[in-house]
Design a protein around this ligand. Structure first.
Ligand SMILES: [Zn+2]
Length: 142
């Protein structure tokens, strides 16, 4: 029987890098009366650098082939692959707000909403600049 990990290398949203995190608490929930025996683990991690807290929820996904494979979710969401808003000075405020919503959709993994928003934003920029006609063509894949 192995000793549980007391620290782990996790991306810290405040430190903007992977840092050591110390496990402060853990709870394991077992549902052995379910047809698919399920185990969900909850961990509270504290960053060794800035002391920010992160909740990890680790569980087995019964829908995948390898039922022993565990999947982890972190709260708040790790911001390692997120985009930040860039201010555009010469773009109308309405289009800047629209752009911010598109970035939020991208960061929340809402791919369809993001791509539809990008097309609408492109049309908005063309309208703002007085560009008419079919000058662009976007083909959605799938
Ligand atoms: Zn940190």
């Amino acid at each position: 029987m192995s000793e549980p990990d007391l620290n782990s290398l996790i991306y810290c949203n405040r430190c903007k890098s992977k840092t050591n995190h110390f496990k402060q608490a853990e709870y394991i929930r077992k549902r052995d009366h379910d047809p698919d025996f399920s185990v969900t683990k909850y961990f509270l991690w504290i960053c060794a650098g800035c002391e920010a807290g992160t909740l990890e929820i680790s569980s087995r996904d019964s829908s995948v082939k390898n039922k022993d494979e565990e999947k982890s979710l972190f709260f708040p969401k790790r911001e390692i692959n997120t985009l930040t808003n860039k201010p555009f000075v010469k773009v109308p405020e309405k289009l800047n707000a629209f752009y911010k919503e598109i970035i939020d959709a991208y960061n929340d993994d809402l791919d369809v909403l993001c791509s539809v928003g990008l097309r609408a934003l492109l049309e908005g920029v063309c309208n703002d600049k007085g560009i008419k006609g079919k000058i662009y063509k976007i083909k959605l894949l799938r």
